[in-house]
Design a protein around this ligand. Structure first.
Ligand code: BMA
Length: 340
């Protein structure tokens, strides 16, 4: 076993189910009662998927992608005592500008939720004359204040690191196009103030492994470890009947996270269950968050399934790190600084 340590606040009540006996060779297993969020969960919302949660006041809170019955996605707030059963607010999250005036995006999808210092940041895909990254902050989950869109269009899948590195906020993103983007690598950018972003670097690209050969994108907020940042991300294959989204894992350098230390050549989870293979968009497992605890080593992964449901999967920190290291294949453009 690896002696790598997870560096994160203790969470006593990580949602959890032990590994079923029949799962022997895989480091990640699913919650038996998946999906944890089914169809039509809120009046006027047809599907909730691709959503992010955090521990909050000994319970859990989350920002959920709710696709309304008119096909437009917005963010809905949900609360849970156990991280599994969720209650949603009826109305979508109302964003305001710095002066407190209403400032709603035209749409909002694939939100991530990351606590940095004392503030919770929501990062989502927004319409900024095309798909781009939207950001807002809150300290009380009552007022959600938008901050400047960090990047130009087109971009998606932005994921903030949970702390500053070398004095700067760090964010992963995936430059894209305006449609169903048939390409894409993960990049990282830095900011001293969450306003001005620069020092852009390439982190990792599509690989020659089939399951992530078309495009990749950040997933859950990276988990700090004694050696580097554990990243769950999505990798996409283009097949003759459409895209297939799987979950991958990598460990990025602690001080220079544009360098990949380890990258698992195998997917960690790929569509296999009915709720992943069948839905609005079949064959999608799309990770957006983890709840994790350094004391027990438990990690619960929240992922969108088939653009229709939310699924929950589990792994042990030690085992997933060992698995990623054991099956690591990196290329020179993963391990370099990502500057050209
Ligand atoms: C991507 C995003 C995700 C979605 C996926 C599969 O481009 O739009 O929200 O889960 O496609 O449809």
């Amino acid at each position: 076993m690896s002696d790598i340590k997870m560096i994160a606040p203790h969470v006593a009540n990580v949602p959890w189910q032990e590994r079923p006996e029949h799962i022997v060779n895989a480091p990640v297993w699913r919650y038996k009662e998946n999906p944890i969020i089914g169809r039509n969960p809120v009046e006027g919302v047809a599907r909730i998927f691709n959503s992010a949660v955090v521990p909050y006041e000994d319970k859990f809170i989350g920002v959920f992608r709710g696709e309304q019955a008119n096909g437009v996605s917005f963010i809905y707030l949900g609360r849970s005592d156990d991280g599994i059963h969720w209650n949603f607010e009826k109305d979508k999250v109302q964003f305001v500008d710095e002066d407190g005036n209403p400032f709603m995006p035209n749409y909002a999808y694939d939100p991530r939720l990351v606590k940095v210092e004392d503030t919770y940041y929501i990062i989502w895909c927004t319409d900024f004359y095309g798909a781009a990254i939207g950001m807002a902050k809150t300290t009380d989950f009552k007022t959600f204040t938008r901050i400047e869109n960090p990047f130009l269009p087109f971009n998606r899948n932005a994921v903030l690191f949970p702390r500053k590195i070398n004095g700067n906020f760090m964010m992963l993103s995936r430059p894209s196009d305006s449609g169903h983007t048939p390409f894409g690598d993960i990049f990282i950018s830095e900011s001293p103030d969450m306003l001005y972003w620069g020092k852009h670097r390439h982190v990792m690209g599509r690989s020659s492994e089939w399951w992530e050969s078309l495009k990749i994108g950040g997933g859950a907020a990276p988990i700090e470890t004694s050696e580097g940042w554990l990243l769950f991300y999505h990798g996409v294959a283009g097949t003759c009947s459409g895209y297939v989204y799987s979950i991958g894992g990598a460990i990025l350098d602690k001080d220079n996270p544009s360098k990949v230390l380890y990258r698992c050549e195998n997917w960690l989870l790929t569509p296999e269950e009915w709720y992943e293979e069948r839905g609005f968009v079949p064959n999608v497992t799309f990770p957006c968050a983890t709840i994790h605890d350094p004391e027990s080593g438990k990690i619960a992964i929240y992922y969108g399934a088939a653009d229709s449901y939310v699924g929950l999967a589990f792994c042990y920190f030690d085992e997933i790190v060992d698995y990623i290291k054991k099956h690591s294949v990196t290329r020179w453009d993963d391990t370099d600084l990502g500057r050209r």
